[in-house]
Design a protein. Structure first.
Length: 147
């Protein structure tokens, strides 16, 4: 597996989260990397392409969406819910590809893959806001208190 442009993009965007982020930022970055690696492995092993809808790739994306949703419920932040919502949009794009097989390759790609770039951009912004709260208040609680 060779590194592609999205991997490089994700590396640049997730580095601040791993280096300076709190637990929610690091968790989100790890989830995104895990899903990206799982996708690459599945594509390499099963010889799947983005040209056609894939139940396996949709399962990986749905698992990521659910994991981000759980993170959003636990984190003491608002941005993880946005991250989960963006991922659910990608999953819905894949669902549309199943019910509208006459979709072209470009539409399928835009409905699925482009959401990852928006999610990547959100990570350094969230990390910056975390660092700002730390500098301003001296503490930034990572997790919401459980009832």
């Amino acid at each position: 597996m060779a590194i592609d442009w999205f991997d490089l993009f994700l590396l640049v965007c997730s580095f601040p989260a791993f280096r300076w982020g709190g637990a929610p930022e690091r968790s989100a970055a790890a989830l995104l990397w895990g899903a990206s690696l799982a996708t690459q492995i599945v594509i390499a092993v099963l010889h799947i392409s983005y040209r056609a809808p894939s139940v396996t790739l949709m399962a990986i994306d749905l698992a990521l969406a659910v994991a981000l949703y759980v993170l959003a419920l636990r984190a003491n932040r608002l941005w993880p819910m946005l991250l989960a919502a963006i991922q659910f949009c990608g999953v819905m794009g894949q669902a549309v590809a199943f019910v509208a097989p006459d979709w072209g390759t470009l539409e399928n790609y835009l409905a699925q893959a482009k959401w990852g770039y928006l999610m990547g951009i959100l990570l350094p912004v969230a990390t910056y806001r975390h660092m700002r709260r730390l500098n301003r208040f001296g503490v930034d609680l990572p997790w919401s208190p459980q009832p």
